[in-house]
Ligand binder design. Sequence first.
Ligand SMILES: [Fe+2]
Length: 430
Amino acid sequence: MRKLIAKLVNGEITRRDFAARVLGMGFGMMTVESILDTVTIAGESNRSAKNAESFRAEPFSEKTPYEQWIEKEDVPVHAGYFVPNVRTVELKPWKRLGASGAIINLEGAEATDGAYLCEIAPGVATNPQRYMFEESIYVLDGEGETTVWHENRPKQTFKWKKGTLFSPPLNTWRIHKNTGRAPARFISVTDLPLVMDLYHNADFIFNNDFVFRDRYNNQPDYFTVNESKMKIAGSAATFGEGEKGAVGVLDTGLIPDLNQIQLFAAKARGLKNKSAEVILSDNSMQTHVSEFEIGTYKRAHRHGPGSHVLSLGGVGYTLMWTGVPKYSDAPKKVRVDWREGTLFVPPDRWFHQHFNTGDSSAKYMATTWIGGKYWVKGMGGGGRTHRLNTISFHAGGNMIDYPDEDPMIREMFEADLKKHGVLPRMPEKK
Ligand SMILES: [Fe+2]
């Protein structure tokens, strides 16, 4: 009997042969089933042990579990208030991905969400991965395809190129392949910091069999866009009263070209401002797309942490300041000069204001760890503060209207426009 069990464990005989021979020895069916169950469980735990993550978070540490984890990944970590250009910033081979990468851990994310970069050489595919955190991927350069699947379920492959925004659904297996002739680079915004800090268990996150069929069940049109996926929706979780019902929400797994989606007038946020919201793959995360015209700037506002603002085109700057509505009195201020590829995150409750100083309209996307489809109300995120960002601070909101702003805001903008030879298009203040 012992020899037979050894043969079964080593795969030298099939389960059916094993059962026939044990039954032939006079043992009952219950004995056979019990041995087969034990061998199956042992096999699964062996597989699990083989894939086990070596990371263990130190307790009672000054560093969060996420901060400890990124140190062990052994790739560049870009920190501070902004990254001047995510399309050119330094990467290094990342064993986990099987491609080059870097982690972005900006001040303003405040451990809610974060980002990573991945660059794949022509003809190369990343290692298969699955994980228990959401990600929103924007293709910065190149072209390729991604295959996703749930364990033991059919695979689905879709194409992408520069400008595509997509999200492999939560905990699906995923492989990204560069099918072009140049390196393909993407940025992914994730809620891993929050998930890692809550569970501090890498096996749970990277080696978890749970299947979210509610989010993705192999629907053939999942990674496409059509009119049925554009909704006029939204709750008080993300929109002020004035905007609710007036903003388009695109709810899909993939947008082939983010620069082509329809934007809607959003006057409450700024003069000649247009925007749309994107929910990818039934995520809690959300992406906001905004465009504002030549010679204009948006109203200042503030909200919770974690909005990863990525410039998609145009030239300008953003002011971020803490403490008081009047910029020149703020105890701390940061100016970010941006162009395509600049990434920054306004810190928790800091006012921030975007200025277009270039000779074309300016567009950016902002991905954050909370959205309007499922209202995550905690931690000063969108549920608490984004919804007041179109209401003046005089009325208890988090917005500074043009007439209430520090006079030096307009002076700085006009001086900057002059340098660029662009005429201002802002109305006189009343
Ligand atoms: Fe904002």
